[in-house]
Design a protein around this ligand. Structure first.
Ligand SMILES: *Cc1c(COP(=O)(O)O)cnc(C)c1O
Length: 350
Protein backbone atom coordinates (compact mmCIF):
# COMPACT_ATOMS: atom_id res chain seq x y z
CA UNK A 1 0.00 0.00 0.00
CA UNK A 2 1.48 3.33 -0.94
CA UNK A 3 0.87 6.38 1.21
CA UNK A 4 -1.39 9.11 -0.14
CA UNK A 5 0.50 11.77 -2.05
CA UNK A 6 2.28 14.38 0.07
CA UNK A 7 1.71 17.71 -1.62
CA UNK A 8 4.55 20.14 -0.86
CA UNK A 9 3.92 22.46 -3.82
CA UNK A 10 2.48 25.22 -1.66
CA UNK A 11 0.50 25.95 1.50
CA UNK A 12 -2.29 27.07 -0.84
CA UNK A 13 -3.21 23.38 -1.29
CA UNK A 14 -4.55 23.22 2.28
CA UNK A 15 -8.24 22.45 2.49
CA UNK A 16 -10.69 24.09 4.89
CA UNK A 17 -10.90 22.39 8.28
CA UNK A 18 -14.05 20.81 9.72
CA UNK A 19 -14.51 23.87 11.95
CA UNK A 20 -14.35 26.12 8.88
CA UNK A 21 -16.89 24.04 6.99
CA UNK A 22 -19.26 24.22 9.97
CA UNK A 23 -18.77 27.98 10.32
CA UNK A 24 -19.39 28.45 6.59
CA UNK A 25 -22.54 26.41 6.82
CA UNK A 26 -23.91 28.44 9.70
CA UNK A 27 -22.66 31.90 8.64
CA UNK A 28 -25.03 34.81 9.01
CA UNK A 29 -24.94 36.65 5.67
CA UNK A 30 -26.22 39.69 3.79
CA UNK A 31 -25.36 41.68 0.68
CA UNK A 32 -21.80 42.82 1.24
CA UNK A 33 -21.82 45.29 -1.66
CA UNK A 34 -24.41 47.12 0.46
CA UNK A 35 -22.14 46.47 3.47
CA UNK A 36 -24.88 44.35 5.04
CA UNK A 37 -22.98 41.12 5.55
CA UNK A 38 -22.33 40.86 9.30
CA UNK A 39 -19.78 38.04 8.96
CA UNK A 40 -17.71 39.89 6.34
CA UNK A 41 -17.81 43.05 8.48
CA UNK A 42 -16.76 41.07 11.52
CA UNK A 43 -13.79 39.56 9.65
CA UNK A 44 -12.74 43.01 8.41
CA UNK A 45 -12.92 44.44 11.94
CA UNK A 46 -10.96 41.50 13.34
CA UNK A 47 -8.25 41.76 10.65
CA UNK A 48 -7.85 45.50 11.25
CA UNK A 49 -7.63 44.94 15.00
CA UNK A 50 -5.06 42.14 14.71
CA UNK A 51 -2.81 44.27 12.54
CA UNK A 52 -3.37 47.46 14.54
CA UNK A 53 -4.80 49.34 11.55
CA UNK A 54 -8.00 51.38 11.19
CA UNK A 55 -9.80 49.29 8.60
CA UNK A 56 -9.67 46.22 6.37
CA UNK A 57 -11.29 44.84 3.26
CA UNK A 58 -11.94 41.23 2.24
CA UNK A 59 -10.61 40.48 -1.27
CA UNK A 60 -10.75 37.33 -3.42
CA UNK A 61 -6.99 36.64 -3.54
CA UNK A 62 -3.57 37.88 -2.54
CA UNK A 63 -2.91 39.03 -6.07
CA UNK A 64 -6.16 41.00 -5.99
CA UNK A 65 -5.16 42.61 -2.67
CA UNK A 66 -1.69 43.63 -3.87
CA UNK A 67 -3.01 44.99 -7.15
CA UNK A 68 -5.81 46.83 -5.37
CA UNK A 69 -3.22 48.42 -3.07
CA UNK A 70 -1.20 49.68 -6.06
CA UNK A 71 -4.40 50.82 -7.79
CA UNK A 72 -5.44 52.73 -4.66
CA UNK A 73 -2.09 54.32 -3.72
CA UNK A 74 -0.89 55.21 -7.24
CA UNK A 75 -2.03 57.18 -10.26
CA UNK A 76 -1.48 55.82 -13.76
CA UNK A 77 2.07 56.34 -14.97
CA UNK A 78 3.55 56.47 -11.50
CA UNK A 79 6.30 54.14 -10.44
CA UNK A 80 6.37 51.41 -7.78
CA UNK A 81 9.76 50.65 -6.22
CA UNK A 82 10.15 46.97 -5.28
CA UNK A 83 12.42 43.93 -5.45
CA UNK A 84 12.63 42.16 -8.81
CA UNK A 85 12.04 38.82 -7.10
CA UNK A 86 8.78 39.97 -5.49
CA UNK A 87 5.47 38.26 -6.16
CA UNK A 88 4.08 41.45 -7.75
CA UNK A 89 6.86 41.36 -10.36
CA UNK A 90 7.17 37.59 -10.85
CA UNK A 91 3.81 35.98 -10.21
CA UNK A 92 0.96 38.41 -10.81
CA UNK A 93 0.72 38.07 -14.59
CA UNK A 94 1.86 41.63 -15.25
CA UNK A 95 -1.32 42.92 -13.58
CA UNK A 96 0.21 46.19 -12.38
CA UNK A 97 0.51 47.42 -15.96
CA UNK A 98 -3.09 46.46 -16.71
CA UNK A 99 -4.97 47.51 -13.57
CA UNK A 100 -3.11 50.34 -11.82
CA UNK A 101 -1.27 51.26 -15.04
CA UNK A 102 1.95 51.72 -13.11
CA UNK A 103 5.57 51.27 -13.99
CA UNK A 104 7.53 48.81 -11.84
CA UNK A 105 10.99 50.03 -10.81
CA UNK A 106 12.40 46.65 -9.81
CA UNK A 107 15.80 46.26 -8.16
CA UNK A 108 17.97 43.24 -7.23
CA UNK A 109 18.49 43.48 -3.46
CA UNK A 110 22.10 43.85 -2.35
CA UNK A 111 21.40 41.25 0.38
CA UNK A 112 18.82 38.42 0.52
CA UNK A 113 16.14 41.03 1.20
CA UNK A 114 15.56 44.70 0.38
CA UNK A 115 17.15 47.38 2.54
CA UNK A 116 17.09 51.18 2.53
CA UNK A 117 20.25 51.30 0.37
CA UNK A 118 18.30 49.48 -2.38
CA UNK A 119 15.33 51.84 -2.20
CA UNK A 120 16.89 55.23 -1.47
CA UNK A 121 18.56 55.79 -4.88
CA UNK A 122 15.39 54.71 -6.71
CA UNK A 123 12.98 57.21 -5.24
CA UNK A 124 12.30 60.00 -7.73
CA UNK A 125 13.01 63.22 -5.91
CA UNK A 126 13.70 65.62 -8.76
CA UNK A 127 10.73 67.15 -10.52
CA UNK A 128 11.95 66.51 -14.02
CA UNK A 129 9.71 66.23 -17.06
CA UNK A 130 11.55 63.03 -18.01
CA UNK A 131 10.84 61.16 -14.77
CA UNK A 132 7.83 59.23 -13.58
CA UNK A 133 6.72 60.03 -10.03
CA UNK A 134 7.20 57.47 -7.26
CA UNK A 135 3.71 56.22 -6.37
CA UNK A 136 4.61 53.78 -3.62
CA UNK A 137 7.21 51.37 -2.31
CA UNK A 138 6.23 47.70 -1.94
CA UNK A 139 7.93 45.18 0.35
CA UNK A 140 7.26 41.55 1.25
CA UNK A 141 7.38 39.79 4.61
CA UNK A 142 7.89 36.88 4.62
CA UNK A 143 9.68 37.05 1.26
CA UNK A 144 8.98 34.73 -1.67
CA UNK A 145 12.48 33.26 -1.23
CA UNK A 146 11.68 31.99 2.27
CA UNK A 147 13.58 34.80 4.00
CA UNK A 148 12.16 37.08 6.68
CA UNK A 149 12.90 40.80 6.70
CA UNK A 150 14.53 41.68 10.05
CA UNK A 151 12.64 44.34 12.04
CA UNK A 152 15.59 46.77 12.13
CA UNK A 153 15.94 46.61 8.34
CA UNK A 154 12.21 47.25 8.00
CA UNK A 155 12.20 50.22 10.37
CA UNK A 156 15.16 51.81 8.59
CA UNK A 157 13.21 51.52 5.31
CA UNK A 158 10.12 52.93 7.02
CA UNK A 159 11.82 56.05 8.31
CA UNK A 160 13.46 56.69 4.94
CA UNK A 161 10.28 56.19 2.93
CA UNK A 162 8.17 58.25 5.39
CA UNK A 163 10.67 61.11 5.16
CA UNK A 164 9.91 61.24 1.44
CA UNK A 165 6.15 61.10 2.03
CA UNK A 166 5.76 57.99 -0.12
CA UNK A 167 3.23 55.27 0.89
CA UNK A 168 4.66 51.89 1.87
CA UNK A 169 2.73 48.72 1.03
CA UNK A 170 3.55 45.30 2.47
CA UNK A 171 2.78 42.08 0.66
CA UNK A 172 2.33 40.11 3.87
CA UNK A 173 0.87 36.99 2.25
CA UNK A 174 2.61 35.08 5.07
CA UNK A 175 2.85 37.87 7.65
CA UNK A 176 1.95 35.54 10.53
CA UNK A 177 4.78 33.19 9.55
CA UNK A 178 7.15 36.17 9.48
CA UNK A 179 5.90 37.42 12.86
CA UNK A 180 6.32 33.97 14.38
CA UNK A 181 9.90 33.74 13.15
CA UNK A 182 10.71 37.23 14.44
CA UNK A 183 8.97 36.60 17.77
CA UNK A 184 6.80 39.71 17.40
CA UNK A 185 3.09 40.36 16.89
CA UNK A 186 2.01 40.86 13.27
CA UNK A 187 0.93 44.38 14.34
CA UNK A 188 4.57 45.22 15.08
CA UNK A 189 5.39 44.53 11.42
CA UNK A 190 2.23 46.26 10.18
CA UNK A 191 2.95 49.42 12.20
CA UNK A 192 6.04 50.00 10.03
CA UNK A 193 4.00 50.17 6.80
CA UNK A 194 0.88 51.96 5.55
CA UNK A 195 -1.03 49.07 4.02
CA UNK A 196 -0.77 45.28 4.32
CA UNK A 197 -2.17 42.45 2.25
CA UNK A 198 -2.24 39.06 3.94
CA UNK A 199 -3.61 35.70 2.83
CA UNK A 200 -6.20 33.61 4.67
CA UNK A 201 -5.90 30.87 2.06
CA UNK A 202 -2.31 29.72 2.59
CA UNK A 203 -1.01 28.29 5.88
CA UNK A 204 -4.18 29.48 7.63
CA UNK A 205 -6.19 26.96 5.54
CA UNK A 206 -9.19 29.09 4.54
CA UNK A 207 -10.51 28.05 1.11
CA UNK A 208 -10.55 31.55 -0.41
CA UNK A 209 -9.57 35.08 0.42
CA UNK A 210 -7.09 37.68 1.52
CA UNK A 211 -7.33 40.92 3.47
CA UNK A 212 -6.18 44.42 2.55
CA UNK A 213 -5.59 46.45 5.70
CA UNK A 214 -4.72 50.11 6.22
CA UNK A 215 -5.91 53.60 7.12
CA UNK A 216 -9.68 54.27 6.98
CA UNK A 217 -9.53 56.64 3.97
CA UNK A 218 -7.33 54.21 2.04
CA UNK A 219 -9.71 51.32 2.70
CA UNK A 220 -12.71 53.45 1.74
CA UNK A 221 -11.03 54.24 -1.60
CA UNK A 222 -10.01 50.59 -2.00
CA UNK A 223 -13.62 49.47 -1.49
CA UNK A 224 -14.58 51.64 -4.47
CA UNK A 225 -11.74 50.31 -6.59
CA UNK A 226 -12.50 46.73 -5.55
CA UNK A 227 -15.92 47.30 -7.13
CA UNK A 228 -14.24 48.56 -10.31
CA UNK A 229 -12.20 45.35 -10.38
CA UNK A 230 -15.36 43.24 -10.07
CA UNK A 231 -14.53 42.24 -6.53
CA UNK A 232 -17.76 43.42 -4.91
CA UNK A 233 -19.15 40.13 -3.64
CA UNK A 234 -22.63 39.52 -2.29
CA UNK A 235 -23.21 36.94 0.50
CA UNK A 236 -19.48 36.67 1.00
CA UNK A 237 -19.94 35.93 4.70
CA UNK A 238 -19.93 32.26 3.68
CA UNK A 239 -16.22 32.72 2.88
CA UNK A 240 -15.52 35.26 5.61
CA UNK A 241 -16.73 32.73 8.18
CA UNK A 242 -13.84 30.44 7.24
CA UNK A 243 -11.51 33.46 7.43
CA UNK A 244 -12.64 34.14 11.01
CA UNK A 245 -11.80 30.55 11.98
CA UNK A 246 -8.44 30.95 10.19
CA UNK A 247 -7.62 34.00 12.31
CA UNK A 248 -8.90 32.63 15.60
CA UNK A 249 -7.57 29.09 15.53
CA UNK A 250 -5.03 28.54 12.75
CA UNK A 251 -2.35 31.15 13.55
CA UNK A 252 -1.12 29.48 16.72
CA UNK A 253 -0.24 26.25 14.92
CA UNK A 254 1.97 27.77 12.18
CA UNK A 255 5.01 26.87 14.28
CA UNK A 256 4.36 23.22 13.47
CA UNK A 257 4.77 24.01 9.77
CA UNK A 258 8.06 25.80 10.50
CA UNK A 259 9.30 22.77 12.46
CA UNK A 260 8.29 20.42 9.65
CA UNK A 261 10.15 22.55 7.11
CA UNK A 262 13.25 22.56 9.32
CA UNK A 263 13.08 18.76 9.70
CA UNK A 264 12.67 18.19 5.98
CA UNK A 265 15.48 20.63 5.15
CA UNK A 266 17.63 18.70 7.63
CA UNK A 267 16.85 15.44 5.79
CA UNK A 268 18.01 17.07 2.54
CA UNK A 269 21.19 18.44 4.12
CA UNK A 270 22.00 15.11 5.78
CA UNK A 271 22.47 13.59 2.32
CA UNK A 272 25.48 15.89 1.87
CA UNK A 273 24.56 16.23 -1.81
CA UNK A 274 22.27 19.27 -1.85
CA UNK A 275 22.35 22.81 -0.57
CA UNK A 276 19.39 24.37 1.17
CA UNK A 277 18.28 28.03 1.10
CA UNK A 278 17.63 29.83 3.36
CA UNK A 279 19.81 28.28 6.01
CA UNK A 280 18.55 27.84 8.66
CA UNK A 281 14.98 27.76 7.41
CA UNK A 282 12.91 30.69 8.65
CA UNK A 283 9.31 29.83 7.80
CA UNK A 284 7.50 26.88 6.19
CA UNK A 285 9.37 27.22 2.88
CA UNK A 286 12.83 26.38 1.60
CA UNK A 287 14.65 25.65 -1.66
CA UNK A 288 17.21 23.01 -2.63
CA UNK A 289 19.59 22.31 -5.48
CA UNK A 290 22.45 19.89 -6.03
CA UNK A 291 25.84 21.00 -4.75
CA UNK A 292 28.03 19.29 -7.33
CA UNK A 293 28.29 21.32 -10.55
CA UNK A 294 27.94 18.15 -12.67
CA UNK A 295 24.58 17.45 -11.01
CA UNK A 296 23.14 20.91 -11.68
CA UNK A 297 20.22 20.47 -14.02
CA UNK A 298 19.32 17.13 -12.42
CA UNK A 299 16.83 18.97 -10.17
CA UNK A 300 14.18 18.16 -12.81
CA UNK A 301 14.87 14.47 -12.17
CA UNK A 302 14.69 15.02 -8.45
CA UNK A 303 11.19 16.49 -8.85
CA UNK A 304 9.98 13.68 -11.11
CA UNK A 305 11.51 10.91 -8.96
CA UNK A 306 9.93 12.35 -5.85
CA UNK A 307 6.58 12.64 -7.64
CA UNK A 308 6.89 9.02 -8.68
CA UNK A 309 7.21 8.13 -4.99
CA UNK A 310 4.26 10.29 -3.91
CA UNK A 311 6.03 13.53 -2.93
CA UNK A 312 4.85 16.41 -5.08
CA UNK A 313 6.42 19.77 -5.70
CA UNK A 314 6.73 22.26 -8.56
CA UNK A 315 9.42 21.97 -11.24
CA UNK A 316 12.64 23.86 -10.44
CA UNK A 317 12.69 27.63 -10.90
CA UNK A 318 16.13 28.81 -12.04
CA UNK A 319 17.57 25.53 -10.76
CA UNK A 320 16.03 25.67 -7.28
CA UNK A 321 13.29 23.28 -6.12
CA UNK A 322 10.84 24.69 -3.58
CA UNK A 323 9.22 22.78 -0.70
CA UNK A 324 6.41 24.18 1.42
CA UNK A 325 5.03 22.46 4.53
CA UNK A 326 1.51 23.01 5.86
CA UNK A 327 -1.40 21.78 7.98
CA UNK A 328 -2.29 18.88 5.67
CA UNK A 329 1.16 17.26 5.99
CA UNK A 330 0.83 14.81 8.89
CA UNK A 331 3.79 13.80 11.06
CA UNK A 332 3.65 10.30 9.54
CA UNK A 333 3.69 11.75 6.02
CA UNK A 334 6.61 13.95 6.99
CA UNK A 335 8.76 11.07 8.29
CA UNK A 336 7.93 9.05 5.21
CA UNK A 337 8.86 12.06 3.05
CA UNK A 338 12.21 12.42 4.84
CA UNK A 339 12.95 8.76 4.11
CA UNK A 340 11.98 9.11 0.43
CA UNK A 341 14.11 12.27 0.17
CA UNK A 342 17.21 10.55 1.59
CA UNK A 343 16.87 7.59 -0.75
CA UNK A 344 16.07 9.64 -3.85
CA UNK A 345 18.81 12.23 -3.39
CA UNK A 346 21.42 9.57 -2.63
CA UNK A 347 20.45 7.58 -5.69
CA UNK A 348 20.55 10.59 -8.01
CA UNK A 349 23.83 11.81 -6.53
CA UNK A 350 25.19 8.29 -7.06
C1 LIG B 1 0.66 33.66 -2.59
C2 LIG B 1 1.26 35.00 -2.58
C3 LIG B 1 0.56 36.10 -3.09
C4 LIG B 1 -0.75 36.02 -3.84
O1 LIG B 1 -1.72 35.21 -3.39
P1 LIG B 1 -2.81 34.54 -4.37
O2 LIG B 1 -3.94 34.37 -3.41
O3 LIG B 1 -2.21 33.28 -4.84
O4 LIG B 1 -3.15 35.49 -5.44
C5 LIG B 1 1.18 37.33 -3.02
N1 LIG B 1 2.39 37.47 -2.49
C6 LIG B 1 3.09 36.45 -1.98
C7 LIG B 1 4.44 36.70 -1.40
C8 LIG B 1 2.56 35.17 -2.02
O5 LIG B 1 3.27 34.16 -1.54
Amino acid sequence: MSLPCVDLRSDTVTRPTEAMRRAMCEAEVGDDVLQEDPTASCLEARAAELLGKEAALFVPSGTFGNQLALFTWCRRGQEVVLSDSSHIVQHEAGAASVIAGVHLRAFSPIRGYPCWADIDPRLRRARDIHFPETGCVALENALSNGEVLPQDVLTEITSGVRREGVPLHLDGARIFNAALHLGVEASAIASAVDSVMFCLSKGLCAPVGSMLVGPRDFVRAARWKRKIMGGGMRQVGVLAAAGLVALSSMRARLGEDHEKAAALAQAFEATGAVEVQPRPTKINMFFVRFKAPHLRGREEDLVSELAHRGVRTYPPDEGWVRFVTHHDVSSEALSETCRVVRETVQRLAG
